[in-house]
Design a protein. Structure first.
Length: 311
């Protein structure tokens, strides 16, 4: 079996969410190739081995990146709860499966010397990691909007009013964000700092209880972390890029029902990383995988998933 057919099977399984039976039917009907499920499993593992070194290169590179957006979602392995972590850099994306959702995963993947600006939600793992490494954080404003909308539905008038006031202020902030490309950077920063100060002054004070009091306390401690994007144009005010990247893997999880061991875990991490990174760079995933498989067959160095360095 040549490198292109091997790569095609890998793309069907990992890129098109096809089951082994669906892949068998496609190969039989379209190519006239009759392959057993056992053979398909061996082919997929060959593809996985061909992607091992490029995947590891990206994983090792993560801690040196200036900007990272990170998100995590549930994953199943043998019916047990695992977590699929997504690390999205400016030029590539890495997926990492772990049996924990805690900050220990961030420390294991990024170490304690990482100096990135990290975009994330307000989950405790990121707040803990802030204390362990010299990073900066941009907490997601899209998540904040959802929290404020929840407050506006409160049956307690004071809580609902608090949420309404902050939503109005956030709308002004997003209107200015959408105009960022049209403004000189200095002008954008000056206007945004005024809106930020007005928002935080309003957000930190409330006589309401419940969720309003919890949010006000958060803003008193972490208010500036919602506006890191003002001084760091390389990070977005929301974590949408990581959330979009992780949707592909959620579909895969629903179809495959998760992984059942180390081989499946490695396959998922490597193929998801390859598919997301090629899409991010505008590259053909099939062409890349075929080249990686050919390198495995010829025992040569596989092509890198890092973008070419400008000359």
């Amino acid at each position: 079996m040549g490198s292109r057919l091997t790569a095609l099977i890998g793309c069907l399984k990992g890129g098109c969410h096809a089951s082994y039976s669906t892949t068998q039917k496609f190969l039989q009907d379209v190519l006239g190739a009759s392959l057993s499920e056992g053979m398909l499993t061996k082919v997929v593992q060959k593809v996985s081995r061909s992607l091992a070194a490029p995947y590891q290169e990206l994983l090792d590179r993560l801690w040196t990146e200036k900007y990272l957006n990170i998100d995590e979602t549930g994953h199943k392995e043998k019916g047990k709860r695992w977590w699929n972590w997504c690390f999205r850099a400016l030029a590539f994306t890495v997926f990492h499966l772990a049996d924990s959702r805690g900050s220990a995963v961030l420390e294991r993947v990024l170490g304690r010397e990482c100096e990135a600006v990290i975009g994330s939600d307000h989950f405790s793992a990121y707040r803990k990691y802030m204390k362990d490494a010299p990073i900066e954080v941009q907490f997601c404003l899209a998540h904040l909007i959802r929290e404020l909308k929840f407050l506006t539905e409160s049956s307690t008038p004071a809580i609902a009013a608090y949420g309404d006031r902050l939503l109005v202020a956030l709308k002004k902030i997003f209107r200015l964000i959408h105009k960022r490309a049209q403004l000189p950077e200095a002008a954008f920063r000056k206007r945004m700092e005024v809106l930020r100060d007005d928002f935080l002054k309003m957000a930190k004070r409330t006589q309401a209880g419940g969720g309003a009091r919890v949010l006000a306390k958060r803003f008193r401690k972490y208010g500036s972390e919602y506006f890191t994007f003002i001084t760091h144009p390389g990070i977005e005010p929301t974590n949408n890029v990581a959330e979009r990247a992780i949707r592909f893997t959620v579909i895969d999880r629903k179809i495959t029902q998760g992984t059942r061991g180390l081989n499946g875990r490695q396959w998922s991490e490597r193929i998801w990383t390859t598919m997301a990174t090629c899409s991010q760079q505008g590259r053909s995933a099939f062409t890349y995988i075929a080249a990686a498989v050919q390198a495995l067959f010829s025992k040569t160095e596989p092509p890198s998933l890092l973008p070419p360095t400008p000359t």
